[in-house]
Structures are given as structure tokens and as C-alpha cells.
Design a protein around this ligand. Structure first.
Ligand SMILES: *Cc1c(COP(=O)(O)O)cnc(C)c1O
Length: 259
């Protein structure tokens, strides 16, 4: 396990959004930065999907975010996501699970999620497919890649992704939409950028060698602290929590064991 010094970690002081107007303001600010980042590299802002991440946020505040226009929400933990999707079933929200899956939770994901962004094993693919087939549902998936070579991070090593993708047509309830990664947590933006550019290079190579493997070959990368860099490097989906909802009180180690 590597551990990072505090000085190396980015610091966030996003204020907590407590009313609909706060959410409207925060979402507009993030969309504005998305547009600027896209334009810097000659991309269309509408090529970038904003996935708001509501982990740790209580249901009453999620309702405000939905009133402010959020139509999809990302959650890192299956149990938390399942509970919230049931409690908020009256809302028209598409749920995306963006954290590691233990296969004993595959049935829950198959029941409520529209998307799973952290697929990194054939075991998980098989478990999800079996539950989805039984439920008559399908699921959009992104294959998670470990682009930082940190041992504590989930995701496949880049060199294993091609072989893994070749197994996925067997699981017909899964619709492959692209690759996902978490960059290194660092204030050294060149190290962060290198992770994103690694994912894009891998995507390009896979798409060139076999266009059918990767679906629409999306790139889910970038969070509150680094989404503008990710967009410059080709992100088609950014997963943004704290810049919309406010700083989290729960330490990130709760979500990323080993940090
Ligand atoms: C929490 C989380 C995010 C969002 O992080 P923020 O710092 O809140 O923007 C993105 N991706 C994953 C996998 C996460 O767990």
C-alpha cells in the first residue's frame, strides 16, 4: 500500500448546497467550466455528460438537487444507492453505480441501477448478467481501468483490458459504453493528466484494433478536483460530487480503501 502525504492531496472547500438556488448555481458553474474546458481543446461542450455524484448526501438534499435539474445520480456504494433509489422512487432519476461491486450485491444493482461504471472482473460481469437476465433488464457498463498503477486502486491494469472486453459479448445484458478511471489523487496536475491521457490512448488503441469491443467508446474520467483536465484529455462523462453538493465530511478512505 502506498500512502500519500497530506501536502500532496488536493484540498477542497466547496460550500454545502442547502437550497434549490444553491444547486442551480453550482450546476451552472460546473457546466460553465465544462464548456470552457471543452472549447480550449476544440470539443463540443455537449459531448461531455455531467454525472452528479450524491454519495453521503441525505435524501432531502438530493430532492433539492433533482428540483434543480439533476436527472441522473452516481453513488459509490451499492447499499447506500439501493436505499436512496427506493426512498426516492417517486422521482424520475437514473441511478449509476460508480464504485467497486462485491458480487453478492449484484442482484441489488440489477434491480435498480441503469448503469455500472466500475466493472473490473469477469466474476462481476457474470453475476450481473445472471441477475439482469432474471429481471429482464439490461445495464450500461464502463470497464474500470487502473491508470495510476497504485496497488490500492480498483480497476484492471491497462494491458488486461483487451482480453477482458473480448469476454463481455457473452454477457448479453451488459451494454459496454466505454472505459472509466480515477486519476491519482495529487495536486501535481501533470501526474493527474497522465492518467487521463493513458485511458484515452488505451481507448483509441482498442477502438482501432476492434471497433465492436467498446460500444460507443466513452471515457468516464474526472471528478470535482480534476474534471477540467479530464475534459481536455477527452472525457465524455465527468463524475462530479463535491462541486455540486458541497465538501464531504466523510474521509475519502471510506470510499477508496487504502488511501
Ligand atoms: C466520489 C466519487 C466521485 C466524485 O468525487 P467528488 O470529489 O465528490 O467530485 C467520482 N467518482 C467516483 C468513483 C467516486 O467514488
Amino acid at each position: 500500500m502506498t500512502s500519500q502525504s497530506d501536502a500532496e492531496l488536493p484540498i477542497h472547500d466547496f460550500p454545502t448546497a442547502t437550497g434549490v438556488t444553491d444547486f442551480v448555481h453550482n450546476i451552472a458553474a460546473v457546466r460553465g467550466k465544462i464548456a470552457k474546458a471543452a472549447e480550449r481543446v476544440g470539443r463540443e461542450p455537449r459531448e461531455v455528460r455531467l454525472l452528479p455524484v450524491s454519495k453521503t448526501v441525505p435524501e432531502d438534499r438530493i430532492r433539492l438537487a433533482v428540483q434543480a435539474g439533476c436527472r441522473e445520480l452516481g453513488e459509490n456504494k451499492v447499499q447506500e444507492a439501493a436505499r436512496k433509489s427506493a426512498a426516492l422512487a417517486d422521482l424520475d432519476v437514473r441511478w449509476s453505480v460508480i464504485g467497486h461491486l462485491q458480487t453478492n450485491k449484484a442482484r441489488d444493482v440489477a434491480a435498480f441501477a441503469s448503469e455500472f461504471q466500475a466493472l473490473d472482473s469477469e466474476r462481476a460481469a457474470a453475476a450481473l448478467d445472471r441477475r439482469l437476465q432474471a429481471a429482464g433488464r439490461s445495464l450500461d457498463v464502463f470497464v474500470q481501468v487502473n491508470t495510476s498503477a497504485e496497488p490500492q486502486k480498483y480497476g484492471l491494469p491497462p494491458e488486461d483490458v483487451a482480453a477482458f472486453l473480448k469476454t463481455l459479448p457473452h454477457y448479453s445484458a451488459l451494454r459496454v459504453r466505454g472505459l472509466m478511471t480515477l486519476a491519482v489523487f495529487s495536486s501535481d496536475t501533470e501526474r493527474v493528466r497522465a492518467c487521463f491521457s493513458r485511458l484515452r490512448t488505451l481507448r483509441d488503441r482498442l477502438r482501432d484494433s476492434d471497433p465492436d469491443l467498446l460500444g460507443d467508446a466513452g471515457l468516464s474520467m474526472g471528478m470535482s478536483g480534476d474534471y477540467e483536465i479530464a475534459i481536455e484529455e477527452g472525457a465524455t462523462c465527468v463524475r462530479v460530487g463535491q462541486a455540486i453538493f458541497g465538501a464531504r465530511q466523510v474521509p475519502d478512505s471510506h470510499y477508496w480503501p487504502g488511501l
